[in-house]
Design a protein around this ligand. Structure first.
Ligand SMILES: Nc1ncnc2c1ncn2[C@@H]1O[C@H](COP(=O)(O)OP(=O)(O)OP(=O)(O)O)[C@@H](O)[C@H]1O
Length: 308
């Protein structure tokens, strides 16, 4: 199946000469959740803004369901819902009017039943007659999502949807995203919270300095780049690691109290059982043992750190 979003060699230089995107290639499949991770200023919002037709690209091409986002702006924009980072809504308007008005902006006929469903799904129904200024910050964010869904878009962009919201609301938002996915909506979200990507994304893209460093299936990424460690707390400290253990991923911590065995899913290594037997044969005993698996956060820090 053709990707729903196809980005080819996308570049963006702002008027002041700053190059925010340096040739991005990315395909987004229909129905997936893609999380874009990257530090501040990486170019995430710029990329989203181009796909949504808010910012013009300098070079390259973006197709949404086969339509060019510049030449065929109207067709592509109605397919997309955008939840921006900043609250830009009239504080003196009611929730119902704000969300209904958004639908009209996309040239869609009124559909009160759809607006009601969106507000109910986002637990905003009992607030529909409240003015925005009467809502908490978290509820205002839900209103932004409701606005973005008002015109029944196939694609939803969420730019930092949970920045600054509490844990309960964050989990609520994840549930909303999950329900949208079940209904077939394609979701692209940017986030600083790696646990968010780990929790809800199918694929993860890492952007830094205007370049897409990688985009990969989340589970495959964790298997490929993730490392596992076995940590052995020694019964007696060691001065040095016997030579027979050198070069197989085993190392002694500087204080001599712990042995760390790095095992790599890609490499052929001796089994843990064999290693423990060899250690015992060398009279090296341990009082405790634990394992540690690198998280998406470790992988992200290694990638972004390495690219700097
Ligand atoms: N209108 C503009 N003129 C000049 N430079 C800009 C403009 N808009 C953005 N930039 C610069 O482009 C770079 C990318 O910004 P962008 O907002 O796309 O990053 P981001 O990855 O979304 O960051 P954040 O996580 O902080 O939102 C930044 O260095 C920013 O200062």
């Amino acid at each position: 199946m053709a990707p729903i979003i196809s980005i080819r060699n996308l570049t963006k230089s702002y008027a002041n000469g700053f190059v925010a995107l340096k040739g991005i290639d990315l395909d987004v499949e229909k129905g997936e959740i893609l999380a874009l991770l990257g530090p501040n200023g990486a170019g995430k919002t710029t990329m989203i803004s181009i796909v949504c037709g808010i910012v013009n690209p300098t070079g390259g091409e973006v197709l949404v369901a086969g339509h060019d986002v510049v030449k065929d702006f109207r067709a592509t924009r109605t397919m997309i819902g955008l939840v921006p980072q900043e609250l830009t809504t009239d504080q003196f308007e009611t929730v119902w009017n704000t969300v209904s008005f958004s639908r009209g902006l996309h040239g869609k006929k009124p559909n009160p039943a759809h607006i009601e469903k969106v507000l109910r799904d986002l637990s905003l129904w009992n607030r529909k007659d409240n003015m925005l200024r009467e809502l908490s910050g978290g509820m205002k964010r839900r209103v932004l999502i409701a606005k973005a869904l008002s015109h029944e878009p196939e694609i939803l962009f969420l730019d930092e949807p949970t920045a600054g919201v509490d844990v309960t609301l964050r989990k609520d938002m994840w549930r909303v995203v999950e329900r949208l996915r079940e209904s077939g909506t394609t979701i692209i979200l940017t986030t600083h919270y790696i646990e968010e990507a780990e929790e809800i994304a199918d694929r993860v893209g890492v952007i830094n300095g205007g370049e897409l460093l990688l985009v990969e299936d989340k589970t495959a990424l964790m298997t490929k780049l993730g490392r596992k460690q076995l940590i052995l707390e020694l019964a007696e400290p060691l001065d040095r690691l016997p030579d027979c253990f050198s070069g197989n991923g085993l190392s002694l911590e500087p204080d001599g109290n712990r042995l760390i065995y790095d095992f790599d899913a890609q490499k052929e290594q001796e089994s843990i059982a064999a290693l423990l037997t060899r250690l015992a044969a060398q009279n090296i005993h341990f009082k405790d043992l634990s394992t540690r698996q690198s998280s998406l956060e470790d992988i992200f820090v290694a990638l972004v750190g390495g690219a700097r």
